[in-house]
Design a binder for this molecule. Structure first.
Ligand SMILES: [Zn+2]
Length: 338
């Protein structure tokens, strides 16, 4: 058992033993922080369940290949759908989606040994959808495995949780993420940067590979931050306005931008402590060196705290513009940009 991609060989190994011993559970609940690699693990499991190779999941047999390409007829992923008109994600996994699952789950596997259903964002199931799924979990059809992915166990109904075998995923060591990226053919420089930025969240690192849009968005977020730190009050309020605009377009985009700022500010502290080898933004080392000379530990720490409190304010639904204005007033300020 290689646990090829997920980096969680122990978890995949345990389930493989359950498979061999005929004790495989009909439902698993995979829990862990956003983008930690829950879907990667679920696809590893789906591969393992249908793999025909000698060392499952082999990653090479037709079942494994079709599974990772999301093209296996017996493996289905349920996730939030995008509304055709508004192009926004629906808020919940709907009852219609779960009804379709129920219907398909009662059929024999078409090609593999098992039908596997992966429900991404299981905490976003509507109450009707959860009740409908419960019926399937109570009377599981043979050769059908349901894998629920969720960030928090508390967000799911207890009746669902009690019918699943739980698997907890924590972020991996950064070096392990880097090794997996290298094995996947990522260039060494990119593997180093992405593994550091991922903070051990393999799912994020894998999805960020070759995503030039994502990386250029990050560059522009960092550029605005440096502009803000180097600008006067009008520039700062302008930046707050721009960031608030981000929120109204896509709430999570603002949160991501603030997380990028937070990572950069933490790196500043590391550089100030002479620990350059520990920074996450490895491609920013030169700018970090320059800014670390302009700002004191006290100023940077205060900024870190202000970003964290802004993130908390947003979670409490404080007006984003107000929260961002306050943040920009608390941000340290030094002359022109590096
Ligand atoms: Zn295989």
């Amino acid at each position: 058992m290689s646990g090829r991609l997920s980096g969680y060989p122990k978890v995949v190994g345990r389930i493989q033993r359950e498979l061999v011993e005929g004790l495989v559970s009909h439902a698993y609940l995979v829990l862990g922080p956003p983008q930690v690699g829950k879907m990667v693990l679920a696809l590893d499991l789906a591969q393992a369940l249908n793999c025909e190779g000698p060392d499952v999941p082999c990653g090479r047999c037709p079942h494994c290949q079709k599974t990772v390409a999301l093209a296996h007829p017996d493996v289905q992923v349920l996730a939030l759908l995008v509304d055709q008109k508004s192009e926004r994600f629906h808020q919940v996994v709907s009852i219609d989606q779960v009804r379709a699952l129920q219907r398909d789950a009662s059929l024999h596997p078409y090609w593999g040994k098992y039908r596997v259903f992966i429900i991404d964002g299981a905490q976003r199931m509507s109450t009707e959808a959860a009740n409908c799924l419960l019926k399937t979990l109570e009377e599981p059809p043979p050769a059908c495995i349901i894998i629920l992915l969720a960030t928090e166990e508390n967000d799911l109904p207890a009746t669902i949780i009690s019918r699943c075998r739980k698997v907890y995923l924590r972020p991996l060591p950064v070096s392990q993420v880097e090794r997996i990226l290298l094995e996947q053919g990522t260039a060494p420089e990119e593997a180093l940067l992405l593994s550091r930025l991922s903070g051990g969240r393999l799912g994020w690192a894998l999805s960020a590979r070759g995503e030039t849009r994502l990386m250029s968005a990050r560059s522009s977020v960092l550029g605005s931050l440096r502009g803000g730190l180097g600008g006067g009050i009008p520039e700062r309020f302008h930046l707050a306005e721009e960031m608030a605009g981000l929120f109204y377009k896509d709430r999570s985009a603002l949160e991501r931008a603030l997380q990028i700022w937070l990572g950069w500010a933490r790196d500043l502290l590391l550089v100030r402590g002479g620990f350059n080898q520990g920074i996450s933004n490895v491609d920013e080392e030169q700018a970090l060196n320059q800014w670390s000379e302009r700002l004191s530990n006290k100023e940077i720490l205060a900024f870190v705290k202000a970003i964290i409190s802004t993130l908390e304010c947003l979670e409490r639904n404080v007006s984003p513009r107000l929260a961002l204005d306050a943040l920009m007033l608390q941000a340290p300020h030094r002359g022109a940009d590096a």
